[in-house]
Design a protein around this ligand. Structure first.
Ligand code: GLA
Length: 384
């Protein structure tokens, strides 16, 4: 067990009167490029980050699911696994309950457990804390109930849990990133068939730093904006007679625009050009190294700001300031409407870039952003 795990293990014993059988960790992620492409069958390029959700779990044989979190004081939430139903569990406990419900719906005869969750993934920061939570619980159940599911299957279970039980129509990127990412590599994922390719990403070796600037503006994907964007993309694909916008190439855009209502044109332009940016990013990474990603990141931000409209004044200020202060490129990462900006910078300039963003936020009267340095970390695993 890691040292960070020592205190939660004691808390588990205090709460439940026995020790956990094991600890499973699943990380948050930052997406380098490929935003809002996953529910269009497109490409994404995330890395897992060192921050993770840890699930301390002991299997129970009486069908009772007890859920507690080190972030939420008080007694555990107690549920009966046979009585789980979408809409029936409120707040954070819906996420772990959703995984158990989904496993049962998929025909896996899993029962109850005592669960304590501990996390250092900042919530609402666009770093995928919900998927990390789902994946940690899915990995624990997979081992304890000997389900023998592959990492990709567990990611799909976690996505279904969020779609059908929690009610957020997210794509598959976050759950796949949390389950299958590897240390030292970015994950090039085709979300149509889930084929994955690991692209070595040695930032330190290239003299680079990837800053994560958490604007601390909270987004809420359940608030309907994300669902509306997804519905717009699906409507556009249907109008064009395609199964998904992934099937459109940049060269097809002028003809496609002529067949679409004006409100769908910017959505389609973002998705198609963003998909193309992921393909180009892969090519740059493999042939010229990570520094070549800079302009692609900045172009991705402009597309989210002007076409997809998921940025906000705080993310725009962070991205613009980072680039003005010498970063090679910067963009909002994740679902948007707040959350975090990533900035790729020479390591020698990283502090100056971070300071410039903190200063700009102070001058604008915004809350001070939290700054992290992201390195590609490993995906979900059992820790003890
Ligand atoms: C959220 C969703 C993902 C993806 C991103 C945007 O993180 O969970 O599936 O759609 O937004 O790229």
């Amino acid at each position: 067990m890691t040292t960070t795990g020592t205190a939660p293990a004691s808390t588990f014993e205090e709460l439940y009167g026995h020790a956990p059988e094991g600890v499973w960790a699943a990380p948050g992620r930052v997406n380098l490029i490929g935003e809002h492409t996953d529910y269009n069958d497109g490409f994404v390029l995330p890395i897992a980050i060192p921050q993770a959700v840890r699930a301390y779990v002991r299997r129970r044989d009486d069908g009772v699911l007890r859920l507690a979190s080190t972030r939420v004081p008080g007694a555990a939430v107690e549920l009966d696994v046979t009585g789980l139903a979408p809409g029936g569990v409120a707040g954070w406990a819906a996420y772990p309950a959703a995984v158990v419900w989904t496993l049962r719906r998929a025909g896996h005869g899993v029962g109850g457990a005592d669960v304590l969750l501990d996390s250092d993934v900042p919530g609402g920061a666009g770093l995928s804390s919900s998927a990390a939570l789902e994946c940690a619980v899915a990995a624990a159940y997979n081992d304890l109930y000997e389900l023998k599911l592959e990492a990709g299957e567990l990611a799909l279970i976690a996505q279904r849990a969020e779609n059908e039980f929690v009610g957020v129509p997210c794509g598959i990127m976050d759950q796949m990133a949390s389950m299958v990412c590897r240390a030292g590599a970015a994950l090039y994922l085709d979300t149509r068939d889930l084929s994955a390719r690991y692209v070595p990403l040695d930032l330190a070796g290239a003299g680079l730093t990837l800053l994560v600037l958490d604007t601390r503006v909270q987004h809420d994907l359940a608030d309907g904006a994300y669902a509306a964007l997804r519905a717009g993309c699906e409507r556009a694909a249907a109008l064009l007679g395609l199964s998904a916008l992934r099937d459109l190439a940049p060269a097809d855009l002028p003809a496609a625009f002529a067949r679409l209502p004006a409100d769908l044109v910017p959505l389609v332009r973002h998705v198609v050009t963003e998909n193309d940016r992921v393909v180009r990013a892969l090519d740059e990474l493999e042939h010229h190294g990570p520094a070549a990603l800079g302009p692609i990141l900045t172009a991705g931000h402009a597309s989210l700001r002007d076409d997809y409209r998921t940025s906000c004044p705080e993310t725009d200020l962070a991205a613009d300031t980072a680039v003005a202060a010498g970063a090679l490129g910067a963009r909002m990462t994740g679902g948007g409407f707040g959350g975090s900006v990533i900035a790729l910078t020479e390591t020698a300039k990283a502090q100056a870039v971070a300071d410039a963003v903190v200063d700009a936020f102070a001058k604008a009267g915004y809350a001070e952003p939290d700054v992290y340095r992201a390195v590609p970390a490993e995906g979900a695993r059992r820790e003890s």
